[in-house]
Every structure is written in C-alpha cells, then in structure tokens.
Design a binder for this molecule. Structure first.
Ligand code: ATP
Length: 342
C-alpha cells in the first residue's frame, strides 16, 4: 500500500445511534464524528484512512470495511475474529488500540491508534540490514508482544514485518489479527498445545495471496493461515497451530532484520515451502553468532523443540536470557528511546 497516494474517503450515511439501556444512554460514534483525511492503505477487504475526531482533534487510523464486499468474499468470520482479538489486546502496551467500532448501512468502521511511522518492512528494505543494537531492540519488543498475546491465549499466526507497525516514538504496535487463533482458557499456558482452540473457520484458513503450485500444503491446496515466507512447517503439514508458530515467525523476522531478506525464499510459494520443509537455512557471512544461535533455536522443525516452547508463567524466560539479549533491560525497553534505525 502506498501511504502517499490519496483515496476517496468512504461514503457514509449520517446517523447518530443512541442506545438506550436502563439508567444509561450510550451515544455511539458515527462516521460524522470524524474528518476523514489521507488514505493510508488497503487490505483484502478494507481500506484504512487517517481521521481526526471532530470533538478532540485526536488522530486515528480508521479501517473501513465494505459490508457487501465482506459478505461476497465470506469474510464475516475473519472480521469478527479481528475485532474480538483487538478487544482482548486493547490497552496492552505494544498493540494497536481499538477505540471504538461502529457501522452504517454501507460500512463497518474500526477506530484504531494511528501508527505514525508505518511498519517495519520499509525500514528493513531501506537500510538493508539493521545493526545489532537495533535488531536486538526490535526483537526484544517483539518477544514482549508475543508473550502478551500468548498469555491471553492468542496465537497471531501472521507475524511479519508488515504487521509490526511503529508509533510516533518508533515503538512497535502489533496489528492485523484477522488470522489469529483464540485458545480456550485452560490452554493458555505458554507451553500448552492448542488442541482445544476455537474452531478455525474456512474463511480464516484460506491463504489470501492465492493458491499454491505443487502438492503443498497437503491439508487442502492453498489453505493455510499466514504468509508464505513466515509460515511454520507444522502449519504447512496441516498440523494444529500452536503458539510455537509465532516463535517460528519471530525467528524469521530476526533473521530478516539482520540479513535484509527472510530466511526461506523462492520464486513461488511452492519453492518457499520446500525451503522451509528442508530447513534450508543459510546465514550470510558476518551474521552475528549469538543472533544465529537464537535464530537456529527458534527455527526448529519440531515446534516442541523451539526455544521458549516449554516455558511457563507467561514469560519466555529462555528467550529473554539468551545471550543475544544480554544488554536488554526487559522492564524498561518499551519506555526507552529506541535506537535509531541504521
Ligand atoms: P489484509 O487484511 O489483507 O491482511 P492488511 O492487514 O494490510 O491486509 P489493513 O489492516 O486494511 O490490511 O491495512 C491496510 C494498510 O493500512 C496497511 O498498509 C497497514 O500497514 C495500514 N494500517 C493498518 N492499521 C493501521 C494503523 N493503526 N495505523 C497506521 N496504519 C495502519
């Protein structure tokens, strides 16, 4: 998506919804409470605009989803899940905050924190390779965010640099929960498997970037959650997704911050999947040895063997204490000024 281009602001139907409940009147926001500004970008079923609250002048990113499009594309479950997960992660540091939602006859609206500094991908592409301090900082913020999700029983399933947004202070905000999986209460321990999760809907389980060539993934052609480069081997094999799938993606992202490209590459999804299943992992010359050790421990084919997979108490202690993170102060990292990306 191109943040500099302009789009046509959504056509809205001016209504003010007043919900009367005993002893309480809730005035729901409507599109008229916001001035829609520049187009930020679009996803497969939504367009995101910068908008200003007319009463407070506060800026927000508003995701506008065309109802007819959602129904046509059978994305109802995807939207419901995204909203539910955003509610669960609301006000947790490191996550896009959902201020409110509303709808009119045409659209659904998600009013979110505006991540002023876009996402991690353009920074990786611009500098080619983050220095060690930067990689360590952003990897540590990601570890904290993954801990926060996993202890609430959320597996993101589509972690990648494009879904790691950056706020005005260059701290990370995790976004895009359309592919997330919500585990049931008794299975939210970090080391647990996810066998009693809420049902995956076919809509959430379809790979939106199109089908695949060849015979992978075996479960159903073109049917897996996530993005080819970051998808874990167990997901490709059609096995149950566990929290360890996000640990795999974490390994891919740390590799990419240092090497400039994700570890498993290919000219087609099929070729990428083959690289993943063969664990064809090559570290460029000069790749930091501690980082390499951590990435190797995250990118284990067997999810149970990944570093952190056996950790308990809502903390990835074995990842936090890995030598790569020696200089990180885990209590202050989100309050410290992040190192300049270069
Ligand atoms: P898909 O839904 O198909 O997976 P997506 O996640 O990119 O794609 P959207 O969530 O609609 O789709 O986001 C569209 C664009 O808006 C992306 O470029 C994203 O980085 C940007 N964006 C989303 N949320 C915010 C936000 N809170 N602040 C700033 N930019 C955002």
């Amino acid at each position: 998506s191109d943040p500099s281009s302009t789009g046509t602001p959504p056509k809205t139907t001016p209504t003010t919804t007043v919900t009367g409940r005993p002893n309480q009147t809730v005035i729901k926001k409507t599109a008229n409470d916001f001035i829609f500004g520049k187009y930020i970008g679009e996803g497969s079923y939504s367009t995101v605009y910068l908008a200003k609250d007319v009463h407070t002048s506060k800026e927000y990113a508003i995701k506008v989803c065309d109802k007819q499009h959602i129904i046509r594309e059978r994305k109802q479950e995807y939207i419901r899940r995204e909203r539910e997960v955003m509610h669960i992660m609301n006000n947790v540091p490191g996550f896009v905050n959902l201020s409110c939602t509303f709808q009119d006859s045409r659209n659904l609206y998600f009013v979110m924190t505006y991540a002023k500094n876009s996402d991690l991908l353009p920074y990786i592409n611009r500098v080619g390779s983050f220095d060690l301090e930067c990689t360590c900082h952003y990897a540590a913020e990601l570890v904290l965010a993954v801990e926060q999700m996993h202890k609430r029983g959320i597996v993101h399933r589509d972690l990648k640099p494009e879904n790691i947004l950056l706020d005005e202070n260059m701290h990370t905000l995790i976004a895009d929960f359309g592919s997330a999986k919500i585990l049931t209460a008794e299975k939210t321990d970090l080391s647990s498997s996810c066998s009693t999760s809420t049902e995956d809907s076919p809509a959430a389980a379809s790979y939106s970037n199109g089908g695949t060539t060849g015979n992978m993934p075996p479960r159903r052609r073109g049917s897996f959650v996530g993005t080819a480069q970051y998808v874990s081997p167990e997901v490709l094999q059609g096995k149950e997704t566990t929290k360890a799938a996000d640990l795999w993606a974490l390994g891919c992202i740390i590799y990419q911050m240092i090497a400039g490209l994700p570890p498993f590459r290919g000219s087609s999804d099929y070729l990428i999947f083959r690289e993943i299943m063969n664990l064809n992992l090559v570290f460029p010359e000069g790749f930091d040895k501690n980082a390499e050790d951590l990435v190797r421990k995250l990118l284990k084919l067997d999810p149970e063997e990944r570093i952190g997979a056996q950790d308990k108490d809502g903390r990835y202690e074995s990842i936090r204490t890995h030598p790569f993170f020696e200089k990180i102060n885990w209590d202050t990292i989100r309050r410290e000024k992040p190192p300049r990306i270069n």
